[in-house]
Design a protein around this ligand. Sequence first.
Ligand code: ADP
Ligand code: ADP
Length: 235
Amino acid sequence: SSLIRTTNLQRTYQMGKNTVQALAGVDLEIERGTFVALVGPSGSGKSTLLNVIGGLDRPSSGEVWVDDLELGRAPDKKLVSFRRDRVGFIFQSFNLLPTNQAWENVALPLMLAGRGRSERRKRAEHLLDQVGLGDRADHRPAELSGGQQQRVAIARALANDPVLILADEPTGNLDSRTGRDVLLLMQRLVREQQVTLLMVTHDMNAASYADRIVHMRDGVIEQIEIVERTAEAVA
Ligand code: ADP
Ligand code: ADP
C-alpha cells in the first residue's frame, strides 16, 4: 500500500499583492520502501513539497496523507509528534551539533523521545555500525570528513525507526566520490529496512540512484520516471 498520497495539493504564498503558487495541484502516490528523487528547476516547488510531506509546512488546499494521517487537517500537536516519531530529516549541511560526539548526535532524537543514556549509547553505536562508522562514535563532527558527517546524520535520521526519511540535497556539499558512497548507503538502507526515502536534488546523477524520479515544473509533476536497474547494479 502507498505510504504517501497527495491529491490536488496546493500551496500558495502571499508576497504583498502577488500570490506565488509553489504547489499548483500535485497528485502523487509513493509506495512503502521506495527511494524517490524529486528533481526540477529552481523554484519548481521541490522544497515546498518536501516540507509539506514532512509536516513542516501546511498545504493551502488539497490533501496530503502520510500513513494514516492527513497532514493538512492534523492538529499542531499531531504534526509535532508525527515529525518526531515517524520522519527522519537529512540536510545538505549535515546540521550536526559541533560540540557533541558522533554518538550523541545520533542519539539526539532518542533523548527527545525520553530514552535513558545507556539505551541511547547502545542504539547509537548500532546505528553508527550500520553506516560504517562504528569506530568513530566518540569523534566530534570537526574530526570527521564531510562524507562521514553525512553518514552520522543518516544514522541520526534512522534513530527513531522512521517510516519516512526526507533528504534535501544530501550530497550537495560532497565531492562526487563521497556523494556516491552516501547514495549507495541510502539505497541499501531503503532495501534492507523498508524505509521510504524522498530526496530533493538538482543532480541528475544523484537522482539516478533512486527507484523513481519525480520531475517537477511550475508547482506540478511533469513526469515520473521509473529507474530500471540491472541485477548486477543492485548487487
Ligand atoms: P525549489 O525547491 O524547487 O527550488 P521551492 O519550493 O523552494 O522550489 O519554491 C517554489 C516557489 O515558491 C518559488 O517561486 C519560491 O520563491 C516560492 N516560495 C517558497 N517558499 C516561500 C515562502 N516561504 N514565501 C514566499 N514564497 C516562497
Ligand atoms: P570520506 O571519503 O569518507 O569523505 P575522506 O577521504 O575525505 O573520507 O577522508 C579520509 C579520512 O581523513 C577520514 O577517515 C577522516 O577521519 C579524515 N578527515 C577528513 N577530513 C577531515 C577533517 N576536516 N578533519 C579531520 N579529519 C578529517
